[in-house]
Write a protein of this length. Structure first.
Length: 162
């Protein structure tokens, strides 16, 4: 009887290792898939194909996409800086509210400067699109928001903490 149970335990271990390997490979593939080589160009191509943009519209939108994607990288850096400070303070015995407040104020000022650039880019984008293209884009955005409100993509490991 012990020999049979040892075989089943061994088989279970093999099954668990196989499941772990399959799960790890799928996560690696999913992570590689999300990395895009040229996001601004892909965004412009996506808008061109989905909104049926003319060549002139595509030519005008391409620099806007490049500028906004450059801003995206800077925004991610700001987020990382704030997260790193929060983690450092959580690890320490005492938190320094003044230091955190100074960091947040500095980053808020950087964000205020970016708001003007974003609003100018938005106005240029709005002018480039025809009313029909804008209404089609609004429909797509509303569908995406409804989909997000259903909670379909709220993180893959369950609910978020905050």
């Amino acid at each position: 009887m012990k020999k049979g149970s040892n075989k089943s335990i061994f088989a279970l271990k093999k099954l668990m290792i196989g499941a772990f390997v399959a799960f790890s490979v799928s996560l690696i593939i999913a992570g590689c898939r999300t990395k895009e080589l040229n996001p601004p160009e892909r965004a412009t191509e996506f808008m061109t194909s989905h909104l049926n943009l003319s060549d002139e519209q595509t030519r005008k939108i391409a620099p806007l996409a490049e500028n906004l994607f450059a801003e995206k990288e800077e925004l991610l850096d700001i987020r990382k800086t704030i997260n790193n400070e929060i983690i450092a303070q959580m690890k320490s015995e005492t938190a320094d509210a003044a230091e955190l407040k100074a960091l947040l104020n500095k980053n808020i000022e950087q964000l205020r400067l970016k708001l003007t650039k974003f609003s100018n880019s938005f106005m240029a984008f709005h002018v480039i699109l025809t009313p029909e293209q804008r209404s089609e884009l609004v429909e797509k955005m509303e569908r995406r928001r409804e989909h997000a409100d259903k909670g379909v993509h709220r993180g893959h490991w369950g609910r978020r903490w905050f």
